[in-house]
Design a protein around this ligand. Structure first.
Ligand SMILES: *[C@@H]1O[C@H](CO)[C@@H](O)[C@H](O)[C@H]1NC(C)=O
Length: 349
């Protein structure tokens, strides 16, 4: 309902319904993604807070069990509220394998190895898929499982190393399996709307895989050629640098960073006057005058990365062009991983 308004968070007055998945209305996608997040977090806290870490892992296992036992997509049960924007287009199978892979990583419990082995083929292990996103976890799962193969030569996961290579090779111009598209200025281009989500997620996977390869003396195999970790790192760095302003338009796509950045970001709180500047309530429909105004946003949304330029490196700094000017947490989140990688390299070298 709030999507029909252009309102400040402080003024929101549309229904704020909360929904849940249940045994009768299952949501294996949302539940298994939750299990993956809990398992990943348990790794983070393993040394600093072992009991919390254990609790996270045990909860991950419980949630995963629910996801697997009651199979179904949350967008079947909750179609009218999550679609068309957040339908599970890729289905729930990718999240089941992703959840099991994170729990396996966190626990090294052989039940999950057995699960991955017996269910992998029906949950997307054999697909070559070239997008990693909030919806589709397949490429990320392959990279994660290939870590086990690289570290411990877990033969069951050799398949995932091969598919990770296919994914990585698809991004490297000149290889036999190259199939990505780049703009003349060198930006990975996948889609006309919110393209930078795919750029940041690809950069994140390139760097993650580079780290796994270099820690274990591995290389990416693309047909008859092989590529060392440094090749992947330099490819990712180009994408990160492009986003931060090294591009034909000399525009940083991160708001508030650099000399020139988007001023008409498609974001309600950023484009409406603050409650300090305008204490009176601005109702649902009264906000649209700010959406449609040509003025720059009064509140600078520092750090947000927008959808980004088109396939010719052109960017319209226009608030109504949400395909290019809308920021999203799923654009920023993988970017944090990418800049953390480079930041860590600078301080340790
Ligand atoms: C391994 O996972 C299974 C399935 O969740 C569980 O029943 C079992 O207790 C776990 N084993 C250990 C040692 O944690």
């Amino acid at each position: 309902m709030d999507h029909q308004c252009w309102e400040r968070p402080e003024d929101m007055d549309t229904p704020r319904n909360v929904y849940k998945v249940s045994t009768q209305n299952p949501g294996s996608d949302v539940a298994a993604e939750t299990a993956a997040a809990l398992a990943a977090a348990s790794i983070v806290f393993k040394d600093s807070d072992p009991s919390y870490s254990k609790q996270l892992l045990q909860t991950a296992m419980k949630v995963f069990d629910f996801a697997d036992r009651y199979r179904g997509s949350y967008s079947d049960s909750l179609n009218s509220v999550v679609c068309p924007f957040y339908c599970s287009y890729s289905g729930y199978q990718d999240e089941l394998l992703w959840g099991a892979s994170w729990i396996h990583r966190a626990s090294q419990n052989r039940s999950y190895l057995a699960y991955i082995q017996s269910n992998g083929h029906t949950l997307g292990a054999d697909d070559d898929d070239y997008s990693f996103s909030w919806d589709d976890k397949r490429a990320g799962t392959k990279v994660l499982l290939s870590k086990d193969f690289l570290e411990k030569n877990t033969q069951e996961f050799q398949l995932y190393k091969a598919h990770s290579d296919n994914y990585i090779c698809s991004l490297i111009p000149g290889t036999s399996s190259f199939q990505a598209q780049y703009t003349p200025g060198g930006l990975l281009y996948k889609a006309s709307a919110s393209n930078l989500q795919y750029v940041t997620s690809s950069a994140f996977l390139l760097l993650t895989y580079a780290k796994y390869l270099s820690s274990n003396g591995g290389v990416a195999s693309c047909g008859t050629s092989t590529f060392p970790a440094e090749k992947l790192t330099s490819l990712a760095k180009k994408q990160v640098d492009y986003i931060l302003g090294n591009n034909p338009a000399k525009m940083s796509y991160m708001v508030g960073f650099g000399q020139k950045y988007p001023l008409h970001v498609h974001h309600r709180g950023s484009s409406l006057p603050s409650v300090h500047a305008h204490p009176d309530h601005i109702a649902c429909n009264n906000g649209f005058q700010y959406l449609n105004s040509g003025s720059p946003n009064p509140n600078v949304l520092v750090g947000a990365i927008v959808g980004g330029p088109d396939n010719k490196d052109n960017f319209a700094d226009d608030r109504n062009n949400y395909q290019q000017s809308e920021p999203a947490t799923y654009i920023n989140a993988p970017f944090v991983g990418a800049v953390a990688f480079f930041s860590g390299k600078t301080t340790t070298n």
